[in-house]
Design a protein around this ligand. Structure first.
Ligand code: ADP
Ligand code: MG
Length: 359
């Protein structure tokens, strides 16, 4: 769902996208088919014994991803999201059921997070130079930010039956923080319906496991080191059905006046998030993992952990703040899934119920 590589300092190259959430375990001797979709690289990895299915499963996956891209891409003029954006402030539009499902889950993500996750970040992405063809990047003025925030907020998305309306001109939806995860879930469902039992589906670092690569061990993926493109923080175990997603400041960003601004916005302030280098989330579906990795990147460990507990989400998170020395903070359940690389220390977050503080 990304535009073709542009002039801004984007490092959204295929390889880093693939590595964003980890790479497959090289030791299970898997068969891997690679494909492109939603502006990124994907892969389907399966145990060697399933090699004869690789071609037909790959067709299933690429067909599914491109169908969803046709609904959700803001860069394809006929897509549901592009049509909605073009008609903001006027009539509502009937959308596909998958688009509706994405919007409803996105709106729920906004409610859960008090607006930290927000699919209406489109105008902010444009303001900070992540959309369109701004050639000169500058920090927007306070007045521009305030004006833009008038067009940001889940309350501008009005759903009635199968129809969606954006309630004022200039509101712009953006599925960048949810669409790839949703596509992984849809592909995962279709593969299972086709009889696939053991596979690891990946789209731009959004991954979901099915079964195990061998009877004695689960799928495991590497978690990329946010400050070292070739390094790993450790490995993440992915039990049957579980998904993982990573949001990072290292993959897509703009540099303005020597300062690096990540592509994840805090819709409450109108500015890109500062202070977080990477957040990895394991959740029961890839859509939840995708939403939550973006959400927790915005909220940070303290408010993020409180939100997970308040909403009862069965998700675990790993935070790497943007400072040195490197710190890895994990939710209690993450300690069972994440095995740090040698020499990496992990600190477990606990929520002090009385004070609401993370320790
Ligand atoms: P990636 O797309 O690199 O996997 P994320 O899943 O974190 O990373 O999604 C970031 C994308 O989500 C941005 O490029 C933008 O399209 C969109 N986005 C940015 N900020 C937010 C936000 N606060 N809430 C929802 N979506 C956002
Ligand atoms: Mg996300």
């Amino acid at each position: 769902m990304r535009p073709p590589p542009k002039t801004i300092g984007s490092l959204a190259l295929a390889l880093s996208a693939l590595l964003a959430g980890g790479c497959a375990d090289r030791n299970v001797d898997p068969v891997s088919v690679a494909f492109t979709g939603m502006g990124t690289l994907g892969s389907l990895i399966m145990p060697a014994g399933y090699a004869s299915n690789a071609a037909s499963w790959c067709v299933t996956v690429t067909t599914c991803v491109s169908r969803l891209e046709g609904h959700l891409s803001i860069f394809k003029p006929g897509s549901d999201l592009a049509r909605l954006n073009a008609s903001a402030g006027s009539e509502g539009i009937e959308v596909a059921s998958d688009t509706m499902a994405v919007l409803k889950m996105g709106l729920q993500g906004s409610r859960d997070s008090g607006g930290a996750f927000d699919m209406t970040v489109g105008p902010l992405m444009a303001l900070w130079g992540f959309r369109g063809s701004n050639s000169v990047l500058r920090v927007p003025m306070e007045s521009e930010r305030a004006e833009t925030l008038q067009r940001v907020g889940a309350e501008h998305v009005v759903i009635s039956g199968q129809t969606v309306r954006l309630d004022r001109p200039g509101v712009r939806l953006d599925a960048g923080g949810i669409g790839k995860g949703f596509a992984v879930d849809r592909c995962w469902d279709e593969l299972r319906q086709q009889g696939a039992k053991s596979f690891l589906m990946n789209l731009g670092g959004n991954m979901r496991a099915s079964g195990q690569p061998s009877p004695d061990r689960p799928w495991s993926v590497g978690v990329r080191h946010p400050f070292d493109a070739n390094g790993l923080l450790g490995r993440m175990r992915l039990p049957d059905g579980m998904a993982v997603a990573t949001s990072g400041h290292y993959e897509r960003f703009v540099i303005i006046g020597g300062v690096r601004y990540a592509h994840i916005m805090d819709p409450r302030t109108g500015a890109p998030v500062q202070g977080m280098a990477g957040v990895t989330v394991v959740a029961p579906t890839a859509t939840e993992a995708d939403i939550l990795s973006t959400t927790l990147f915005v909220m940070g460990p303290e408010a993020g952990l409180a939100m997970l507990q308040r909403t009862g989400r069965k998700a675990e998170a790993l935070f790497v703040p943007d400072h040195q020395p490197l710190e890895i903070l994990v939710t209690p359940g993450m300690a069972d899934l994440f095995e740090p690389a040698p020499g990496m220390a992990v600190r477990c977050l606990t929520l002090n119920a009385h004070a609401g503080h993370v320790q």
